[in-house]
Ligand binder design. Structure first.
Ligand code: DX5
Length: 228
């Protein structure tokens, strides 16, 4: 069932799968390839097993690109991170609904700082958990893999969750907000993801890999998009 939104599709490569030994070059290649955002997968070894990086990496990436930057906080206590990531100059902060007792307050704080506010939820979390905060979100992000690692398989049940998220935002008057998808976005899944109603796509291993250049990878994804 097509639920496609009229909102422009935006591509947000995650540096999780980039070659960190040449991050400036990889981000520069992504920018030159015409991506729309850079996504940072912040992991603390608590909310998810791996540890990646903190706000210092956000500051470094801020110095490397003019693209808007999104910080996806896969951390146990996001309230302790907001100030540092806002100071680092990120343009969006996405928090997990499972990671805090006060999601509404955190999302308000993010918005009051002039930063886009995103909420995301693990594949096992019912969408009803985010209903109360949907009206104050600029983005609902559907995790289409269990968070923590790149290169995983897209969970097909995510398609109905994408449709539900689009319906939820439209029902509360947030037609202006995005439905994002994170995990397993690649040339074979991107069309059904967009047809289901998503317009903001995180892609890590489909953009940064050793099979092709970043430019070729981005072009491949763009070609796989459904005809507008
Ligand atoms: C959580 C991370 C990954 C990453 C995307 O695990 O958020 O989902 O951004 O990784 P790919 O695009 O390689 O599935």
């Amino acid at each position: 069932m097509t639920q496609r939104t009229s909102r422009p599709v935006q591509l947000a490569p995650s540096i999780l799968s980039a070659d960190w030994t040449r991050l400036a070059e990889q981000i520069g290649d992504a920018e030159a390839a015409g991506v729309d955002w850079i996504s940072l997968d912040v992991m603390d070894g608590n909310f998810v097993p791996p540890i990646t990086f903190g706000a210092q990496m956000a500051s470094a990436v801020r110095s490397l690109t003019n693209l808007p930057i999104e910080a996806h906080l896969m951390v146990g206590r996001p309230e302790e991170q907001l100030e540092a990531f806002i100071a680092a100059g990120v343009n969006c902060i996405t928090i997990h609904i499972e990671s805090t007792r006060h999601p509404h307050r955190l999302l308000q704080q993010i918005s009051e700082a002039g930063v886009e506010a995103g909420v995301t939820l693990n594949p096992g979390t019912p969408l009803s958990e985010i209903e109360a905060v949907a009206p104050i979100c600029d983005r609902i992000q559907i995790m289409s893999v269990n968070p923590g690692w790149g290169g995983q398989q897209f969970i097909p049940e995510s398609l109905s969750r994408i449709r539900q998220a689009r319906t939820m935002l439209d029902a509360c008057g947030r037609e202006d907000a995005d439905v994002a998808v994170d995990g397993g976005v690649n040339e074979s899944t991107i069309s059904s993801i967009v047809e289901a109603g998503a317009n903001w796509l995180v892609a890590g291993s489909a953009v940064f890999n050793d099979r092709e250049s970043v430019a070729d990878a981005v072009a491949r994804l763009r070609r796989a998009l459904p005809a507008s």
